[in-house]
Design a protein around this ligand. Structure first.
Ligand code: TA6
Length: 301
């Protein structure tokens, strides 16, 4: 009896470039070895866990203590938050950041596009999703692994009533030393400070991480720049159809409180999240589609 992974590989593999293999915890993943990039994407949560442009350094942080099991989110890489962000406003029992990051998605296609590879996965409303969220939807995550990482999150309202949802590409960027890194592109932007009862504040200048940082920057479509003098790397995140950016570092105590995160993990990561959350949740009429895009590029200095 052919395993589901072997069957999937037979259907979608591009010899020498993309395979479906067994990953951590026995979870299926797509492994990409394209001329311009190496990468990994799990069907569990349609979760990008690795991208190495030009075969060089890893761009994403992945927790050494992450869980790899159905019903749990992978810690690191790029989890997808949908259809709500953080805690569900009207249901404290609901899973944080929604339900699509903890479930198996289906592989739609793998395609070679020039010297890059595009992987497309989807998930849809079902009896489990309706328990938390009585809506009909189809969600596609399309990731193109090349010198750049091109990400699209496509929501289709397949029902007969309007949808209201939040979404985030909750990317964990790897840094050499968080205390030396700087984030630019949010100067003068208003933000909600989740470490201070969601008080509304204004960003002044670049961001330096000096304590637990958990901020939702509002009404901004600007490109974010992450400067890392330890890895001599400058990462840019440009976006489309996204009006909020979340910046997160758990620092010492919060890192210690997370069971799937090493105590010193906070020194090597920062989350930069292309999103539509809070007052910028998306309203989507029946039959309509919304596509949020992010383009990640990496330069060295
Ligand atoms: O994106 C920032 C945030 O919402 C923080 O509040 C923090 O909780 C983080 O996400 C991680 O959430 P998780 O549910 O993955 O532990």
């Amino acid at each position: 009896m052919e395993s589901a992974i072997a069957e999937s590989d037979r259907r979608f593999e591009i010899p020498g470039t993309a395979q479906v293999v067994e990953g951590n915890g026995g979870l299926p993943k797509v492994c990409i070895t394209a001329p311009e990039a190496i990468g990994e994407m799990y069907l569990h949560g349609a979760h990008v866990t690795s991208w190495k442009p030009g075969g060089g350094e890893e761009v994403f942080f992945l927790s050494s203590q992450s869980r790899w099991e159905d019903g749990r989110a992978i810690r690191g890489g790029m989890p997808i938050c949908f259809p709500w962000f953080g805690d569900k406003a009207d249901d404290p029992e609901a899973p944080a950041h929604g339900f699509v990051r903890t479930k198996a998605w289906q592989l739609e296609s793998i395609a070679q596009v020039g010297s890059a590879v595009t992987v497309s996965m989807f998930t849809e409303s079902d009896e489990n999703t309706r328990k938390w969220w009585p809506a009909e939807f189809r969600l596609v995550h399309r990731a193109t692994f090349g010198r750049e990482l091109n990400l699209e999150l496509v929501v289709t309202n397949t029902g007969s009533t309007s949808l209201r949802f939040e979404e985030a590409l909750h990317a964990y960027h790897r840094v050499g030393n968080i205390e030396k890194a700087r984030v630019r592109g949010l100067d003068t932007i208003h933000y909600l400070d989740k470490t201070d009862s969601n008080r509304k504040k204004v960003q002044q200048g670049e961001i330096a991480i000096v304590s637990e940082t958990d901020r939702v920057y509002l009404n901004t479509s600007d490109t974010i720049e992450l400067e890392d003098p330890v890895l001599h790397r400058r990462t840019r995140v440009a976006k489309e159809n996204s009006r909020t950016t979340v910046i997160w570092n758990p620092w010492v105590q919060k890192a210690h409180s997370l069971s799937d995160f090493a105590d010193d993990g906070w020194t090597q990561m920062i989350c930069i999240e292309t999103s539509n959350v809070a007052d910028f949740a998306v309203e989507l009429p029946p039959g309509q589609q919304h596509t949020m895009k992010a383009l990640v590029t990496v330069g060295h200095f």
